[in-house]
Ligand binder design. Sequence first.
Ligand code: CDP
Ligand code: MG
Length: 678
Amino acid sequence: MAEFSLDASFIPALHKPPALLPIAKYHDSLLYVIETYPVTIVIGQTGSGKTTQIPQYLEKAGWCADGKIIGITQPRRVAATTVALRVADELGCEVGKEVGYSIRFEDVTSSATRIKFLTDGLLIREALVDPLLSRYSVIMVDEAHERSISTDVLLGLLKKVRRKRPELRIIVSSATLQAEDFLKFFASKSEEQNSLAKGEDEEVGKIISLEGRTYPIDILYLESPAENYVESAIATVFQIHTQEGEGDILVFLTGREEIDNAVQAVAERSVQGGEQFSNLQPLPLYAGLSSEEQMYIFDKPAEGKRKAIFSTNIAEASVTIDGIVYVVDCGFVKLRAYNPRTGIETLTAAPISKASASQRAGRAGRTKPGKCFRLYTERSYEDSLPEANPPEIQRSNLAPMILQLKALGIDNVVRFDYLSPPPSELMSKALELLYSLGALDAYAKLTKPLGFRMAELAVEPMMAKTLLSAKSFNCLSETLTIAAMTSLGGSVWFYHDGEQKAMESSRRRFAAEEGDHLTLLNAYTAFVTKGGKEARFCHENHLNYKSMTRAVSIRAQLKRYLERFNIEVDESLATHRSEIDAKSKAEQIRRCLTAGYFAHAARMQPDGTFRNVEGGTVMHAHPSSLLFNRKADWVIFQEVTETGDKTFICDITKIEKAWLLEAAPEFYKVSSGRAEQA
Ligand code: CDP
Ligand code: MG
């Protein structure tokens, strides 16, 4: 034909051909080692193709024959979803078909699914139903270097499963060089095996190191410490934009608030700053973003523009973004920390480790030589950054983990084969809490039915106890709603720039003087009744429509769990309740919350701060709480965060002191005078 048009005949490649990824060279040796040994440890820099390519290699090599599937676990939900989308895309299928993902409250898989991405926590839950994980031919524990609690527990379980299923293939993949530790772990005999002392030592596995091709990276330090690293990060971004050559910028900050502020500040300043700043495109990246928002990150910037991505630790290894040439590293990360004395678990910004610092810097040199701007001095890098952060299992509330191990039939939780054993005081604290919640009996055995049900419900132990107590307080329908609304992981209130006041007055329309839980309940009830579950209602009331629909779905899933336990949910919404009825219903709900959250009780002091019952920690109501700047006496709270040197509590409800003693007489007896101290 005459009118041969280039445009019509050529479609630009969507992705870099997988054959060009560093992992391609290792295709044959990977498959050989996986075929030959039960355990394969794969070490390779972020972006080498571990997560997206290995499952595809395995599938093509026949590891999904006879209906078996390949499972790849991720410590983070965002990673599981974005990576599944990417692999589905590469294979040209719809996500949920051959490639799917499964995260808590969201299962996007089908009977056609052969490659399944899921969080490591969710795979542990699957083991409750299928202890040998028999549907899987291969399980790849990805991002193992993060050492999340669930990753550690999963590795211990897989070591056990391997003995009963020698044909199962285990792949551990990590971005840093701890390969030996993982291999030694699988090679060593557990205590149980030692006592059986059988046969020869077999060779359990091999390590494969993927050689990355990275370009040199210049590391630059501050001359003197930054006073405010967010400000300093923004200034650095503008400096790069005006003084450095082409390439996108990746900025590491610690959390959503900081990131939203920075993105907004950059957007505003680039409007005011005129021409030279206007080509900067600031984008956020953190766990709570919707899938569409996440996708912007991967898009090429518009012609002549430069992307500046402000991210949490997610971008350190879990999510790979191409085109980054400049990295700005604030030097901090939000870490979970649990204080066994006060019984409080917080997320606190702490200095990153040297290993993290080099991971972060490494994000810069993927396509050409890069630069990393560290917002700290070289001296503090040398002197005060630890080599590695302790694994999560050594600094978290272990109650959820112990509950799951017990439900998996691992009664001796102290002797379980841990990659790193948790400190004994964290263990005993968690056992004490589970005992006072009624999940364990005096012999530390899981109680029937309460303990087993608590382990099965997909919410943390205190909320599980609350839900399972609700029937007896005659407020099950309401409590289900509260559980769903507090499982959203992020605020349901939504506002654009400059609308905060309007949002707050919307929120006041739903406000209950008893606190946040009842306020959330009111908002949800209005959404499903008056609001007809419609977006318009959310828009008018500054509610996040996506979150609200998610709450409806989570609620339905939790309800199904309860129905499986033969607990009936009476949904006759009492719309014609009198004032007195409403008050007494509210009291039932508050009593019910106390039954689950008695260990999270605090009392307001004359100066308006709170002291928690156990350790006398000084805490403040978070500005997002209804009880911010309000008077109260005793309260229970659900969440704790730390900002700077202040401890904030969120999701707070007023209670009566007497209810605490009713809810947990033993707990308040053990540390006698707990309530008196506060
Ligand atoms: O797991 P690993 O860090 O070794 O690499 P990967 O996640 O498999 O990424 C391989 C390649 O796919 C990289 O070049 C990524 O930039 C790209 N990728 C992407 O463009 N979008 C995603 N959602 C995931 C990966
Ligand atoms: Mg990966």
